[in-house]
Write a protein that binds this ligand. Structure first.
Ligand code: CUK
Ligand code: CUA
Ligand code: CA
Length: 617
């Protein structure tokens, strides 16, 4: 690849050293192996790392970035390192350009709720790395989790979560493969939250949080674990044993000052084998149609509560699977929890707080942490507006040596100023055991003068950082429409072979083979093919008040040859990709002649690609 050759040019010296060193060892002379060379090849501290982020016209990106879209309700695909926006996948929003939310197929999934708030997008896993099958994303607004098929880059299932509000952190099982996904409720509410429980409405102490477990194949709810606390971010370990969350409202407060009143809140760790046992033994209650297991304090041994400084935010697992790192938010620290010690704490051999092996000071307002696979962590620091690179092992050693050693902060390797107020931070492949330490994206909430001023509402700034060397190197600013929270950066070879150029036509039960019109009483079904530049039907005559179902299958198999179907003055507008079928049902309530036309420029005679629906009085 040309990208490889360019970085070769820039990294010539280091790579050249490497080659010479190899030759030296092979010939047994050792002549060329200087101390410098050995350090350059083995230690992060000598890494020069100047990769090029340029992706020239005609070249492809090395990574697929999947971004959440915040309150726009969508998911976006961004090429990394070019930062070019490649596509938007409508999820909880209506998208006229694709017809999402307009066709019978998408309406069935969305059930009339066309807004959402997507924060966290994650891929399905096998053995600790992405398997390229699915993406999952939460809807904090309407308490849903959507699944996106990677082969079609399209939502194929949505599960609604009862008993909760503020569905925020989600995370799929990483090992041995994704079968479960956990989803946290950030807002505590009465459980159930309906008229049968009205006595609890005015009593915040009777509000609870629920850690929901979703079956990712069926997209149905396995169970919920009820806790006193609220739950913010989520993670799963690399062994299939635990899921973890942070809680900033262990106080059960309903105002900011109440939520900030305690000195300590918790990282909560859920023990999956004990959850399975509770399910097996029937230790649950049915509430709103789901099994709810009691994980409240003192009621079961399912949940471990590790005290962390007040009001923490993100929780992330190091790619070696050893540590859970909780970012302090209100505290300037990150808390490092050793997951082997968590085993012991669950067995009652040590106290929960003894699982903490380090609490390095990072900066003001640490929110999220990501990794390079070389033992370093990168934490986003909101108030300072920085990305801080620090070494996990060094932080643990400093903790052992005591406060004097900690004060030196030798675990901090580099600090990069970002513009401004960073939320999530994510490195390439960092949520897998294959973290490769090449690129990092800093999702900054404020762009502050970095782009042309386009009005009072300002865009965000997603900054690209080269992390291949010892120092962080800012290489690109990228405006982002509201409001990506999180992203994952996935190697191209995992995704690209999975992505299809056309639909499997007969996966859709209504696929049209032959065009035709059929009437049953007042119900009219128009079945229509499309082949550039014509629809399979030129004229359909119906009567005022008829209930019409229009089913269209695109018979063009050439990659890229999508057609549009838009019905004038009927507010119907969707596209059909090669071999795709979409349908729409509407009432012909106005007599007249209505042109149905193709919206997607498909052919030299694209403008002529139309047909008429004649609605007789
Ligand atoms: S939360 Cu937004 S910056 Cu929803 Cu992941 Cu931390
Ligand atoms: Cu078909 Cu334009
Ligand atoms: Ca708190």
């Amino acid at each position: 690849m040309s990208e490889e050759s360019r970085s070769d040019k820039k990294g010539f010296k280091r790579r050249d050293f490497l080659k010479i060193a190899t030759v030296g060892v092979a010939t047994g002379t050792g002549l060329f192996i200087s101390k410098e060379t050995i350090l350059a090849t083995s230690k992060d501290r000598k890494r020069k790392g100047h990769q090029s982020n340029e992706v020239k016209p005609g070249e492809l990106d090395a990574y697929y970035g999947f971004w959440s879209g915040g309150h726009s309700g969508e998911v976006r695909i961004i090429g990394v390192p070019s930062m070019r926006e490649i596509k938007r996948i409508p999820v909880f929003n209506m998208d006229v350009a694709t017809g999402w939310g307009i066709t019978n197929e998408s309406k069935k999934l969305l059930k009339g709720r066309y807004t959402g708030d997507t924060h966290h997008v994650h891929g399905s896993y096998k053995n600790g790395t992405y398997d390229g099958r699915y993406l999952f994303v939460n809807d904090k607004l309407n308490n849903r989790v959507a699944r996106i098929r990677i082969d079609y880059m399209e939502v194929d299932a949505i599960v609604e979560i009862p008993n909760v509000q503020g569905t925020h952190g989600i995370f799929p099982q990483r090992y041995p493969k994704t079968e479960w996904l956990v989803a946290n409720s950030e807002f505590q509410v009465p459980v159930p939250n309906d008229e049968t429980n009205a006595g609890a409405f005015g009593k915040p102490k009777e509000y609870y949080g629920l850690h929901t477990i979703i079956d990712t194949e069926r997209m149905s709810i396995v169970c919920q674990v009820m806790v006193d606390e609220n739950m913010d971010l989520a993670a799963t370990d690399y062994k299939g044993k635990y899921s973890m969350t942070t809680s900033y409202n262990t106080e059960k407060g309903v105002t900011i000052s109440e939520m900030l009143s305690a000195d300590y809140d918790y990282m909560l760790i859920f023990n999956w084998s004990r959850i399975r046992e509770a399910l097996r033994k029937g230790k649950y209650k049915w509430i709103s149609g789901v099994k709810v297991i009691d994980g409240r304090k003192g009621r079961s041994d399912i949940v471990l509560r590790i005290p962390v400084p007040k009001n923490p935010h993100g929780v992330n697992i190091s790619p070696d699977g050893k540590y859970a790192i909780c970012s302090g938010k209100v505290s300037p620290t990150c808390t490092v929890v050793d997951l082997d010690l968590v085993d012991k704490a669950f067995e009652g051999r040590i106290k929960p707080e003894e699982c903490i092996v380090a609490q390095p000071e990072i900066g003001l307002g640490p929110l999220h942490t990501t990794f390079d696979g070389r033992g370093n962590a990168y934490t986003s620091v909101f108030i300072d507006s920085t990305n801080v690179k620090w070494n996990i092992q060094k932080a643990i050693e400093a903790e052992k040596k005591g406060p004097e050693e900690k004060k030196k902060k030798e675990y901090i390797i580099d600090v990069l100023d970002v513009h401004y107020q960073v939320g999530h931070i994510m490195a390439s492949m960092a949520e897998t055991k294959e973290a490769d330490g090449k690129w990092l994206v800093s999702l900054n909430k404020f762009s502050k003068d970095r782009f042309l001023n386009a009005g009072p509402y300002k865009v965000e700034n997603d900054q690209l950082v080269d992390i291949s060397g010892r120092k962080l190197r800012l290489v690109h600013d990228s405006p982002a429409y509201a409001e990506p929270h999180d992203c994952i950066i996935v190697r191209r070879d995992i995704i690209e072979p999975r992505v299809k150029d056309r639909y499997n036509m007969f996966e859709h039960p209504l696929a049209v083979v032959k065009s035709g019109i059929e009437r049953q009483g007042k119900k009219v079904t128009i079945r229509m093919t499309s082949n550039a530049p014509v629809y399979g039907i030129q004229e359909a005559r119906v009567k005022k008040g008829d209930r019409i179902t229009l089913i269209v299958t695109n018979h063009d198999e050439i990659s890229d040859l999508s057609h549009g179907v838009a019905i004038s003055n009927y507010n119907i507008n969707f596209v059909i990709a090669p071999f795709q079928t979409r349908s729409v049902t509407f009432t012909a309530d106005n007599p007249g002649v209505f042109w149905v036309y193709c919206t997607n420029f498909c052919h030299a005679l694209h403008l002529e690609m139309r047909m008429r629906i004649i609605v007789e009085p």
